[in-house]
Design a protein around this ligand. Structure first.
Ligand SMILES: Cc1ncc(COP(=O)(O)O)c(C=O)c1O
Length: 406
């Protein structure tokens, strides 16, 4: 099916998924930020500014999941071999393109936490090792390291300075027993965006592994891992990627592949295809070794559809659009007397904007806003908005109108 305006993206994506079952490659047409909102039914009803919590489903994502489910309805397992090669080559190829990696460095996971746990449980820890963590991390990037206490591994906490996790304070924490720095590329509570190039330089220089929780980055900000070294990175699909819940991916730099022992092993860990009883626990060469068994294909077809939209729009265009919206929102909020909590220096900003007013009853306000058709979140005692590529200035204006002056 050729792309033209009379064929909706959802129909094109559905047809491409169906064609993929017989091995046909999908071509992604350029897409337009000005019109993409039409693919999101929620957009005509609400100013949904809570994409950093759970992103809404678009019609093309639903069409791709639906195409997969119909394939199983009509053909059972018959297309299984093609599903597997399509997922491993085409879908992982598009994920790789999105972040500047290779398909062989990608494993499917069900959420960000699973990727973080693979790293925590897969490294060969020695008693006395330590891990550096900012003290404001989402718990997914905390508990898996806390549990390593049993193995004699300690956490060195780094406190933010005015909401910023600085390279200087991370560097100061590194000592001769530091194995890994694990940070959120963008902080969930205040939207602080890490300088990944500088962080990578620090880790390479000091011989420390770098692990990123990238769920608040990918899908909202441009990422190119060809530019700097990152060892491991994890993201779930259900926020900025606008993909189904229960999907995500784990990136393992090919140079770091052998420093990580797959914590869960099964028939996908090895390269045996259908030779099920030819037992031989030689790991696959690629990051597929971290998938122990069959993965969530229906959800992954939806993840692929969501990534095709990101690639069609262009991640640099998306980043500019989103930073434009959070910048516009910050101006409007300040005019109404709200204090911006997110770090606002050049390079610090992301798709998350936190704001506050000492006297405001935030819980009551969140409910009032929801009734007025505006969705946002409360995190760390502050209001937080997180506009995506399908949002526009009208959504921000609606939110600001609904907020009381302070
Ligand atoms: C920074 C960060 N990491 C991890 C998570 C949890 O993600 P998942 O459910 O994909 O493990 C969240 C969710 O809010 C988050 O903000």
């Amino acid at each position: 099916m050729e792309w033209n305006v009379s064929v909706g993206i959802a129909e094109l994506w559905r047809q491409q998924a169906i064609d993929g079952f017989s091995g046909k490659k999908a071509e992604i047409p350029p897409l337009d930020l000005a019109t993409i909102g039409a693919q999101f039914p929620i957009k005509s009803k609400r100013a949904y500014l809570n994409n950093a919590s759970i992103g809404p489903m678009s019609e093309p994502v639903i069409a791709a999941v639906d195409a997969f489910l119909h394939d199983v309805r009509d053909h059972g397992r018959n297309n299984y071999p093609t599903w597997c090669t399509y997922a491993d080559q085409d879908i992982k190829g598009r994920i790789a393109k999105l972040i500047g990696a290779t398909a062989a460095e990608i494993a499917f996971v069900k959420n960000t936490t699973e990727g973080l746990v693979i790293v925590a449980n897969g490294l060969d820890w020695r008693e006395g090792d330590n891990v550096i963590l900012p003290s404001i991390e989402y718990p997914s990037n905390v508990y898996c390291w806390m549990r390593l206490k049993k193995k004699g591994v300690s956490i060195k906490w780094v406190k933010p300075v005015n909401g910023r996790v600085t390279i200087e304070s991370l560097a100061e924490a590194v000592d001769s027993r530091t194995r890994l720095i694990s940070v959120s590329a963008v902080q969930f509570s205040n939207g602080f965006r890490q300088n990944l190039a500088q962080l990578s330089e620090l880790c390479v220089k000091r011989g420390v592994l770098l692990n990123l929780d990238a769920i608040q980055w990918i899908g909202s900000l441009h990422l190119d891992l060809t530019k700097y070294h990152v060892d491991f990175l994890s993201t779930g699909g259900h926020k900025w990627l606008l993909a189904p819940i229960g999907t995500g991916f784990f990136y393992c730099n090919r140079k770091s592949m052998n420093s990580l022992e797959p914590p869960n092993v099964g028939y996908h860990t090895v390269n045996k295809g259908e030779a099920h009883m030819d037992y031989d626990l030689t790991y696959r060469e690629d990051a597929g070794r971290f998938e122990e068994a069959l993965v969530n294909f229906p959800g992954i077809w939806g993840l692929d559809a969501a990534i095709k939209i990101l690639l069609g729009l262009g991640t640099k265009n998306i980043e500019n659009h989103i930073l434009g919206l959070t910048g516009y929102a910050a101006e409007g909020l300040q005019k109404k007397g709200w204090q911006i909590v997110s770090p606002m220096e050049q390079g610090d900003r992301s798709g998350l904007l936190s704001f506050h007013a000492p006297k405001a009853d935030l819980t009551a306000l969140e409910m009032q806003l929801r009734e007025a058709g505006v969705d946002l979140a409360i995190r760390d005692g502050r209001l937080r908005i997180s506009p995506s590529y399908y949002n526009d200035r009208h959504d921000i204006d609606r939110a600001i109108r609904a907020l009381p002056s302070q």
